[in-house]
Design a protein around this ligand. Structure first.
Ligand SMILES: NC(=O)c1ccc[n+]([C@@H]2O[C@H](COP(=O)([O-])OP(=O)(O)OC[C@H]3O[C@@H](n4cnc5c(N)ncnc54)[C@H](O)[C@@H]3O)[C@@H](O)[C@H]2O)c1
Length: 322
């Protein structure tokens, strides 16, 4: 297909970037560190991509945060992520209104532990962001159950596992739910809140308030739904777009132009895929039945084999200026 330079591309996964920019939480609240929630002492389990972002944003908005990971080496990597985030917040791609002083204060509110009992001993809220494996999460919850103070609320950031698949392992299903953040949470600042039938409504509300206090726009789900709200909308759109390409009905630019003009959305589905990254799109498509496999072949042959991995590499379905 012809390369064109995209109109202003989103700076994060468009999956959430477009929605967030329309309804962003008040920047002043996020920048001031004002935090109205009673869940002030937070422990984040896992200091990887998302865990580090959650911990840093929570600390930035005023929570006292303990970051837990399996080893001192893993915590070192986490520490480097926090320093990186503190620097990123001050860049044009960072958090609007962020100041050097506030990022330093956030770093000062973070402490580190590779001892699970110590990490959760005084937690009001524990947010789990460990790898996306059912067995690993259930095992961690079973070890956590006897260590958690009675009052502690536990939340999972899992993208694909329903909280009901984990609830019994926690030993506190009434104080357990999903609190799902998006990558680049300071930009894509939605927090999807999804309980099980056993989650206490009072706990649910407190977590909604916590998310708001953290500068997120809480997305309240009334029942469990795989993919939450965002991916329940986005995945069918992306699948429909890829099917139009696979069947030879229309080129990506045609599909995107139609979507932008027809709906007023700033980005079409192929522009969104460029932001998600074509490696991820490929990995998901391979597992998506015959049509998904055919789309994965196109992505591999026409894009990945030429180093076009999407927005991050400067080229994907479109080429990008900088
Ligand atoms: N990456 C994303 O874009 C994204 C977006 C939303 C939600 N999530 C969800 O967040 C969770 C974490 O994803 P990620 O991308 O941050 O993963 P990651 O691989 O970047 O980080 C996982 C971290 O967990 C640590 N860990 C491993 N085993 C552990 C254990 N038993 N106890 C404590 N820590 C352990 C690892 O050392 C690592 O620091 C997953 O459930 C994922 O679905 C990810």
């Amino acid at each position: 297909m012809t390369d064109t330079t995209s109109p202003a591309a989103p700076s994060g996964p468009a999956a959430t970037g477009t929605a967030a920019s329309a309804t962003s939480a008040d920047d002043a609240t996020r920048a001031s560190g004002a935090h109205g929630s009673d869940l002030r002492r937070v422990t984040v389990l896992g200091t990887g991509v998302l865990g580090a972002q959650i911990a840093f944003q929570a600390a930035y908005s005023g929570s006292t945060v303990t970051a837990y990971d399996v080893s001192d080496e893993a915590l070192e990597a986490g520490r480097a992520r926090f320093t990186g985030l503190a620097a990123t917040y001050l860049t044009p791609q960072g958090l609007r209104g962020a100041t050097e002083e506030a990022t330093q204060e956030a770093l000062g509110r973070l402490s580190y532990s590779s001892d699970l009992a110590e990490a959760v001993a005084d937690a009001d809220l524990v947010i789990e962001a460990v790898p996306e494996h059912l067995g690993l999460k259930r095992d961690l919850y079973s070890r956590l159950a006897p260590l958690l103070p009675e009052r502690t609320v536990l939340a999972t950031n899992s993208s694909t596992l329903l909280p009901s698949a984990l609830a019994d392992a926690t030993g506190r299903p009434d104080r357990f739910l999903a609190l799902h953040f998006a990558n680049l949470i300071w930009i894509n600042n939605t927090a999807e809140v999804m309980g099980t039938t056993e989650t206490s409504p009072e706990v649910y509300e407190r977590v909604v308030e916590f998310a708001r206090g953290m500068g997120m726009v809480p997305i309240e789900l009334k029942k469990e739904q795989p993919g939450y709200v965002l991916n329940s909308l986005l995945v069918p759109l992306l699948n429909a777009a890829s099917a139009l390409l696979v069947k030879g009905v229309a080129e990506p630019e045609t599909v995107d132009t139609t979507w932008r003009i027809g709906t007023g959305a700033p980005f079409g589905p192929f522009q969104i895929m460029d932001v998600i990254g074509l490696r991820t799109v490929h990995a998901v498509s391979v597992a998506g039945g015959p049509e998904g496999e055919a789309f994965a072949e196109i992505i591999q042959r026409d894009y990945l084999d030429h180093g076009k991995t999407g927005r991050e590499s400067g080229a994907g379905f479109y080429t990008y200026a900088e």
